[in-house]
Design a protein around this ligand. Structure first.
Ligand code: HEC
Length: 214
């Protein structure tokens, strides 16, 4: 009795310390779960911390050297629950394949969209297809036409022209079907309706990409 007491004069504080340490490690685990880490990093982090927790608990357990079957049983059932929780959490982390694939698909579609048109080639198309005769763009040399609206700032004005139509859709429509929306103060039927047919798909995409950035 007295020897047990001498060996473990502070056993209650040890439990408290253990609880505090486990609480901190768990807080770190929760923090890691919130981070947008790749799965591999997540696994390594979570497994390391789980091992760390296990180590702490075992160290305290060994230290206390309770040779008591009931306590051992309680400890290991507790550990089993903790382990099952970890496995469950890791399974949850892993169970996001659909979300990940949607993100990948979105970014691929975005990349494909921006890759289809090379805006840097837009001014050359704009000049060679005669748009400069009627439209002014201050950044394009020779584009000083006054017959049609000035296209500076088109990325902004295009959005406001037709409700529900974004800039790119509006720009495409104003080239393919110029009569669909006639800008106030300008004559209808003046802008040729066959301009798209005079270009390759690549030229058209380059032109639209360029106009959408004005
Ligand atoms: C013969 C003159 C003429 C030519 C050539 C012409 N346009 Fe136009 N364009 C106009 C006129 C006039 C309007 C305004 C009336 C309308 O909306 O149809 C206009 C409108 C537009 C608009 C809508 C602008 C806005 O503020 O809403 C865009 C975009 C446009 N043109 C692009 C082009 C492009 C690109 C080319 C060359 C491939 C081109 N235009 C060639 C006369 C022309």
């Amino acid at each position: 009795m007295s020897s047990t007491h001498e060996e473990h004069p502070n056993h209650v504080p040890v439990y408290v310390k253990l609880a505090a340490v486990l609480g901190v490690v768990t807080a770190i685990e929760v923090a890691i779960l919130q981070m947008p880490l790749p799965n591999a990093a997540m696994y390594v982090g979570m497994y390391s911390l789980a091992a760390l927790k296990f180590g702490f608990v075992v160290a305290v357990f060994m230290h206390l050297k309770y040779d008591n079957k009931l306590l051992t049983g309680i400890f290991f059932s507790g550990f089993t629950i903790a382990l099952a929780t970890m496995v469950g959490l890791i399974a949850l982390i892993n169970y996001q394949p659909s979300k990940t694939s949607i993100n990948v698909k979105d970014s691929k579609e975005l990349a494909a969209l921006s890759a289809s048109g090379n805006a840097e080639n837009g001014p050359a198309v704009f000049k060679s297809k005669g748009c400069t005769a009627c439209h002014t763009i201050s950044t394009v040399e020779g584009a000083v036409g006054q017959i049609g609206p000035k296209l500076d700032g088109l990325s902004e004005t295009a959005k406001t022209r037709i409700a529900g139509k974004d800039a790119v859709a509006y720009i495409k429509e104003s080239i393919e079907i110029p009569g669909a929306f006639v800008v106030k103060g300008y004559p209808a039927g003046l802008m040729p309706a066959n301009l798209k047919q005079t270009m390759s798909d690549q030229e058209y995409n380059d032109l639209v990409a360029f106009l959408a950035k004005l």
